[in-house]
Design a protein around this ligand. Structure first.
Ligand code: HEM
Length: 404
């Protein structure tokens, strides 16, 4: 238990630290990686370069500090982060390292303003926050152990299939011949690759894009960026160098953006671009196991060239008794028009959403680029959908904890 005095110090200094947050965490990462370069095998270097991870960690530590005497408020957010940590094999022995360098960075950036009393209070608070993560992650590791998939496991690419000009699917089976475990539609896996010319291992998360309980897992990867800089390194490598017969490593499925299968409420699956991947898993699962549940599948893409899974969506939708599908293309090509490949043109704006989403007492899942998500979530609220019925997932580190 933290003392009243410690709580007071932490709460009153949290805003000061938040102000200098990015400075502190940037310094923290630099010094931590200098002392522990092996951690570069875990962290996403592209996120580091963009400063996204710095913001995510800073926001979380300061939010946690603000709620230090009622950490249960943060539990849903902690669980979501813990899923990501577990899928990346972040272990309890890593926490003291992060703590040590975070405190050193606070001290260095704040200078004399960081008195011993303040540093001691933050050290104590970090210990409490870290323990919350460690306990939750421990349960997740136990579960993974019971499912006989504790760490990274080799999977063989048994089929590679182009889904659009920029998205390619990889069908994966365990290299050791073991069975493919069940997962919840919406979950992702971490893929770890050793790329020639790269000093450290590269990790990325990809949603599972096929229904569970099959003899394979499927990921569908968008090629990011024309010239593979840090940003598109993994996706380009997968597209260009990983083929049928090759092996890649995965950790067990993770994530709490999952289909609520117990509910019979109508389901709206709304995606933009490659955000379609978790929706494919949810759609196919529902089509196979709950064909009477009303499902509306809405997908927005730039044009028919880049749009993936058109036929697969149509095939799944036919299996459902009450279903609608809307393909919205921002800039349809002449070929898209000729082949009637879309139901509406332009953006998924509030008017379109209002026309399509006639049932507001339904469950909505949203996934796609940040701007698409922000607009869609805002528009759903405008048409009267309750916050608790909207589920969403950003690809990449959570930008702001308050958004959860
Ligand atoms: C991701 C917070 C400890 C490694 C994240 C994210 C947050 C976060 C908010 C983004 C989650 C998302 O992507 O949705 C924290 C907090 C910690 C902590 C508050 C301490 C209490 C650690 C430790 C390690 C670690 C000890 C390992 C040394 C990572 C990695 C990611 C991540 C590798 C994935 C993002 C990337 O690779 O850039 N963490 N974390 N974290 N965390 Fe932590």
């Amino acid at each position: 238990m933290l003392s009243e005095q410690t709580i007071k110090i932490v709460k009153s200094t949290a805003p000061i630290l938040a102000d200098r947050g990015v400075e502190i965490t940037t310094h923290f990462y630099k010094t931590m990686f200098e002392a522990h370069p092996e951690l570069l095998n875990i962290f996403n270097h592209a996120n580091q370069k963009q400063g996204r991870q710095q913001t995510a960690l800073a926001n979380t530590v300061y939010a946690a500090a603000t709620y230090i005497d009622q950490l249960e408020v943060l539990l849903p957010a902690v669980k979501q982060i813990a899923h990501k940590h577990r899928s990346l094999m972040v272990k309890k022995e890593h926490y003291p390292i992060v703590g040590e360098f975070l405190l050193k960075a606070i001290k260095e950036v704040l200078g004399e303003a960081a008195t011993d009393e303040i540093i001691d209070a933050w050290a104590e608070a970090y210990g409490v926050i870290a323990q919350v993560f460690i306990d939750i992650e421990n349960e997740m590791y136990e579960e993974a152990k019971n499912n006989k998939w504790e760490g990274f496991k080799a999977f063989k690419v048994v089929k590679k299939q182009k889904e659009s000009s920029i998205i390619t699917s990889f069908y994966l089976q365990p290299a050791d011949g073991s069975t493919v475990p069940a997962f919840s539609p919406g979950q992702y896996v971490t893929v770890r690759l050793s790329v020639e010319g790269e000093e450290y291992l590269l990790n990325r998360q990809y949603s599972l894009s096929d229904a569970p309980n099959q003899s394979h897992l499927r990921i569908s990867v968008k090629r990011e960026g024309e010239n593979p800089t840090t940003l598109g390194k993994v996706s380009n490598y997968l597209h260009d160098h990983i083929g049928e017969g090759d092996e890649i490593e995965l950790t067990a499925p993770a994530g709490d953006f999952v289909l609520d299968e117990a509910s019979d409420k109508p389901l709206y699956l709304i995606s933009g671009g490659v955000g379609i991947t978790p929706m494919m898993s949810m759609l196919k699962r529902t089509a196979d196991h709950k064909a009477n549940r009303p499902v509306t599948f809405i997908h927005a893409a730039k044009n028919g060239e880049v749009q993936a899974f058109r036929t697969e969506v149509e095939e799944a939708v036919i299996k459902l008794t009450y279903s609608q599908k809307y393909f919205i293309l921002e800039n349809p090509t002449a070929e898209d028009r000729e082949n009637h490949r879309f139901d509406a043109e332009g953006y998924l704006d509030s008017q379109k959403l209002k026309d399509i989403a006639t049932e507001t007492d339904a469950i909505f899942y949203v996934c796609g680029p940040v701007a698409f998500m922000k607009n869609t979530i805002g528009n759903l609220a405008t048409i009267g959908v309750k916050e608790e019925n909207i589920h969403f997932e950003f690809f990449g580190p959570s930008i702001n904890l308050k958004e959860y």
